[in-house]
Structures are given as structure tokens and as C-alpha cells.
Design a protein around this ligand. Structure first.
Ligand SMILES: Nc1ncnc2c1ncn2[C@@H]1O[C@H](COP(=O)(O)OP(=O)(O)OP(=O)(O)O)[C@@H](O)[C@H]1O
Ligand SMILES: [Mg+2]
Length: 262
């Protein structure tokens, strides 16, 4: 069993108005190769902060972070790690295909191969025929699919995803779950997926790590053992889904209330 992401007693303190504010406290987790883990918790509990520290975008205040068994190094971020941000971050001045192919350009991949891989990515995301469009001419869901493919095109083995579908309506979100599950079934990336949406966490993940309201600490963990491949729509009609949903809902609800009172 290979552990690809590990944090040990991870903590983060921000200085706000001259005072220390503890955002994340004592988070220890280990994610196995090919595992899909959801990090679930209320708004402001430190989910993005944890992800940003693992991605070397933010220094940690305490504890340790290891990727592939090595302590992370901000000067040399791992090439194996891809990041999908909370907001879609497409470049508005580039077409969809130029956005998706951007990382290949940076990597010096030849134009022919770039075109081929970009076309494949467009097809995987159901965006055939939209390559020449600019992001402003796409719907939110289409933009988010393009943003997803822009990260996936360099085939990262480890994926950090920060509520990538948070801004989408329910229907579009389900569509995105199908796209992502299809790709994941094939490539089996190691995924750490941040969300405050319990349904999304249950649909996608093998395991849910529930965080407390701020400061984010691990409150509970749940194994999600629904059979795969899963269908994002029909899964929600099963008794097993309903049973696990209600088990976690209560615990999550307590943290929503605490978060709202903080
Ligand atoms: N750069 C920063 N400086 C000061 N405080 C910060 C900074 N970034 C985050 N925080 C604070 O840390 C806490 C955790 O923020 P974080 O963005 O990690 O939450 P989150 O769980 O991702 O929330 P959401 O679900 O709303 O995205 C919040 O109270 C936030 O105000
Ligand atoms: Mg966040």
C-alpha cells in the first residue's frame, strides 16, 4: 500500500489585525495511491488552507506534509500534482483549446501532439466543437469542464480539487460528477477533493474526512463503500446512499451550526 499524500499534525495560524487566528489544527491524514478522498466541512473551516499547504501555495505553521514519502519543498513543487481551483481560472483572452493546451505549451510539447491531446481532452469533457470559443461564450458548467481538462491534460497522478463544482447548479454538478468519475475510473488518480456538499462527497469518494468548524480538525472519518463504477444519478436512489447520508448529515450539521455561530 503506497501512501501518496500524508500530513502529520498539520496546522496553520494566520495573523489577522495583529492577532493570531488558528485556521487549521492537528490534521493528520494519509491518502493511498488511487484513493479518492473527500475533505468535507463547513465554510471557513480551513479546507482550502489545507489544500493550499499541500500544494505548496501556502506555508504551514506546524506539522509536516509529505508527497510520495518526501517532505514537500516550495522551491520544487512536485510535477505529479495537479490542482483544480475553487473558481474556474481560465484565461479569458485564450480560446478554450488554447486554455486546455496551455500546460503542454509550457512543457514544450510539439504543436501536432498538442493539437491531438487537446482534441481528446475536449471530447472527454463533451466540449467537441467548442475549442475555438472564448470562455465568456461558454456556460459555467462548460467553463468548469474546460478548467478540469486544463489540469488533467498533463496527466497528474495526484489531484487536489477545491470545490471545483461549487458554483454549479445541481443538474450541471451531476453532469460534472459523471465526467470526473469516467476519467477517474480510467486513470485512477489519487484525489483529495474538497467540498461542503455531502451528496457530492458520497457520490465521488472512497472515504470522507469530516472537519470540524474552525479551527479545522478531523472530527470523524467514514468509508464510502458503494460499488464502482458508480452512476452519479442512480446512486442517489439507493437505500445504502440514504443510510450513509443520514449518518454523516447529523455530524456535519453540528459543525454548520458551530461555523455559523463563530
Ligand atoms: N490569507 C489569509 N489570511 C488570513 N486569514 C485567512 C487567509 N486565508 C484564509 N483565512 C481564514 O482561514 C479560515 C479558513 O479559510 P479557508 O479558505 O481555508 O476555508 P474553507 O474551508 O476553504 O471555506 P470555503 O468552504 O468557504 O471555501 C477562514 O476563517 C479564513 O478567513
Ligand atoms: Mg475554500
Amino acid at each position: 500500500m503506497t501512501i501518496r499524500i500524508e500530513t502529520r499534525d498539520l496546522g496553520k495560524t494566520f495573523a489577522v489585525d495583529g492577532r493570531d487566528m488558528r485556521a487549521v489544527d492537528g490534521v493528520s491524514l494519509a491518502i493511498r495511491e488511487g484513493e479518492f478522498v473527500a475533505l468535507l466541512g463547513p465554510s471557513g473551516c480551513g479546507k482550502s488552507t489545507i489544500l493550499n499547504m499541500i500544494a505548496t501555495l501556502l506555508p504551514n505553521s506546524s506539522g509536516e506534509i509529505l508527497v510520495d514519502g518526501q517532505p514537500i519543498d516550495r522551491r520544487r513543487p512536485s510535477r505529479n500534482v495537479g490542482y483544480v481551483f475553487q473558481r474556474d481560472t481560465l484565461f479569458p483572452w485564450r480560446t478554450v483549446q488554447a486554455n486546455i493546451g496551455y500546460a503542454l505549451e509550457l512543457a514544450g510539447v510539439a504543436a501536432d501532439e498538442r493539437r491531438e491531446r487537446t482534441q481528446t481532452a475536449l471530447a472527454q469533457a463533451g466540449l467537441q466543437g467548442f475549442g475555438h470559443y472564448y470562455p465568456t461564450s461558454l456556460s459555467g458548467g462548460m467553463r468548469q469542464r474546460a478548467a478540469l481538462m486544463r489540469t488533467l491534460i498533463v496527466q497528474p497522478q495526484i489531484l487536489l480539487m477545491d470545490e471545483p463544482f461549487g458554483a454549479l447548479d445541481t443538474h450541471t454538478k451531476l453532469e460534472m460528477h459523471r465526467v470526473l468519475l469516467n476519467i477517474w475510473e480510467r486513470e485512477k488518480q489519487t484525489v483529495l477533493f474538497v467540498t461542503h456538499d455531502l451528496g457530492e462527497a458520497l457520490t465521488l469518494s472512497d472515504r470522507i474526512i469530516l472537519l470540524s468548524a474552525r479551527p479545522g480538525r478531523i472530527k470523524e472519518e467514514f468509508t464510502v463503500d458503494f460499488p464502482r463504477p458508480r452512476d452519479a444519478v442512480t446512486l442517489r436512489e439507493t437505500p445504502a446512499y440514504a443510510a450513509l447520508f443520514s449518518r454523516i448529515w447529523h455530524s456535519l450539521g453540528e459543525e454548520f451550526v458551530k461555523g455559523a455561530q463563530a
